[in-house]
Design a binder for this molecule. Structure first.
Ligand SMILES: [Zn+2]
Length: 518
């Protein structure tokens, strides 16, 4: 095992900027040093999470470029450009050996994503020879400013730290990171922080915490675009999903104290594969257990959001046989330290400072909270989640494949058979729009070019994402007796929204294959 050089100055500053030892996880009581790569402090002059410091995208990207140029454990690619012309980047991090085989692993993952291309007898070998991809999404909500900062420190550790845990992650996971998924918003928000919010003495002083708009067209609802896929940032996330098939996607948000790990209360969307629902729970409880074992109070699951609406950005994973998850950590909307009062905060009816089955170690009613505390929590959780993937890769990959099989065979086990959409409708433009929306969701749509019923678009539900086709085209029935309120829309049936007639075949009775082209 390679000896680890340590950066005592960095570690001392982490401790100094953490307001209380309760909020300092054991894994961050030391910090690695590297002879080849600059740490965030060597690059910027301060550690990540230092008081009063937030970075613009140009600084963040140039740091990653520096690391990518010098490390054979990291690649950096540009996915697309935003509406305002800023790049959206993807970082790919793993051992040098894994990165050398990246194309092979990507190809294997695309085969597992579509069981129609595979022989069942080859699956075990393929799983044994593939490393799971795990996607971290930073900076989607620009006012939640911590994740683009935290990810820089995490990347440095992933590249240089020789702990057993980091080596295990490097050797067994391909970590994909979108460091700033809303770069237009990030830069405006950092400007706003330095111009206004940095002077704040209390978090609720009545002053706006953000510019009126972050992106060119959208604000907070940039995380409500996963059905329409209209914005560059959503397209970027979709493109990454289809190219790399991340087994799990983890979106890094900030709102509730101190670390919420998604499972949701339910009712869950009925089209989510039951295996995915199981994975949400086991992964959340894994991360909760590890963060709690690191000593951190206030980590919880369950009591926030419900899991019904399928249009959040990283639900592209849940909708396509992967696993979509999120964290909410506790942010101060910048890098000021504030006394935060949690005494009146309730989620799903219970006080956030109460001990519950889903919150085994509650926080105190008041916490003095710093940007560094937020970094500690988020980083601890993310490392735990990557460890889970490193230790359970073959099960995750096998589940990914099984969910595809479940979808392909669903029609034969009581599910619907097909949807048919005639091209000649009152509004042919919306008809074409609907069909293109299905295609953007990677749903196979066939066209009937000949025969008696020519001019029909046909979705046969013998395909890997048939549940998603059902979710978009059938009517939703939010349970009247649900114990928890909906968190977002409860209905979105495409045909009804677009004024397009969509005919459903519950089984193959009366359905003709005549004239269908593939
Ligand atoms: Zn958020």
């Amino acid at each position: 095992m390679q000896a680890q050089n340590l950066d005592q100055v960095y570690a001392d500053l982490i401790k100094e900027h953490t307001t209380d030892d309760r909020f300092l996880p054991r894994s961050l009581r030391t910090f690695p040093a590297s002879e080849n790569l600059l740490s965030p402090m060597e690059r910027f002059g301060t550690i990540i999470g230092a008081p009063g410091v937030m970075h613009h995208t140009a600084d963040i990207y140039s740091y990653y470029q520096l690391l990518a140029d010098k490390s054979n454990r990291m690649q950096m690619v540009t996915i697309t450009t935003t509406e305002e012309g800023r790049p959206i980047h993807l970082l790919i991090i793993s051992s040098a050996e894994n990165l050398n085989r990246l194309d092979e692993y990507k190809n294997n993952l695309s085969l597992l994503a579509d069981p129609r291309k595979l022989d069942e007898k080859d699956v075990d070998d393929l799983v044994a020879n593939t490393k799971p991809t795990y996607y971290l999404n930073g900076g989607l909500h620009s006012t939640e400013m911590g994740s683009p900062e935290m990810l820089m420190e995490l990347v440095f550790r992933l590249l240089v730290e020789e702990s057993t845990e980091m080596r295990n992650i490097r050797n067994n996971v391909i970590t994909l990171i979108n460091p700033v998924s809303e770069p237009d918003g990030r830069d405006k928000q950092v400007d706003w922080y330095y111009r206004y919010s940095k002077q704040k003495k209390e978090i609720d002083d009545g002053m706006r915490g953000s510019p009126p708009y972050w992106g060119k067209y959208v604000f907070h609802d940039n995380n409500r675009d996963g059905l329409q896929v209209s914005q560059a940032l959503t397209n970027a996330i979709f493109d990454v999903y289809y190219e790399y098939h991340p087994i799990a996607m983890l979106d890094l948000h900030e709102s509730v104290p101190l670390l919420y790990i998604s499972t949701g209360t339910g009712p869950y969307n009925t089209y989510v594969d039951p295996v995915t629902i199981g994975e949400w729970q086991v992964m959340a409880n894994h991360d909760l257990t590890q963060a709690t074992a690191e000593g951190l109070p206030g980590v919880f699951t369950w009591a926030f959001y419900n899991g019904w609406w399928p249009g959040y950005a990283i639900w592209v994973a849940n909708n396509h046989n992967g696993i979509g998850r999120f964290y909410e950590t506790f942010g101060n909307g910048g890098a000021n330290t504030f006394m935060r009062d949690l005494s009146n905060s309730r989620y799903a009816g219970d006080f956030v400072h109460s001990r519950q089955w889903y919150r085994p170690l509650p926080p105190t009613e008041k916490v003095l909270w710093s940007a560094r505390n937020n970094i500690n929590y988020m980083e601890t959780g993310v490392v735990a989640s990557l460890s889970y993937a490193a230790n359970n890769g073959s099960q995750l990959l096998d589940n990914f494949y099984r969910k595809g099989i479940n979808n392909i065979e669903k029609w034969n086990r009581g599910g619907n058979f097909a949807y048919v959409i005639n091209k000649d409708q009152r509004d042919p433009n919306m008809t074409a729009y609907l069909v293109n929306q299905l295609r953007r969701q990677a749903i196979d749509v066939h066209y009937r070019a000949d025969g008696e019923n020519k001019g029909e678009y046909v979705v046969i539900l013998d395909q890997p994402y048939s549940s998603l086709a059902d979710a978009l085209l059938s009517k939703q029935k939010y349970p009247k007796d649900a114990k928890h309120n909906p968190y977002d829309d409860i209905a979105w049936t495409y045909g009804l929204m677009y004024g397009v007639d969509v005919k459903m075949y519950p089984d193959s009775t009366g359905f003709s294959m005549d004239g269908l082209s593939w």
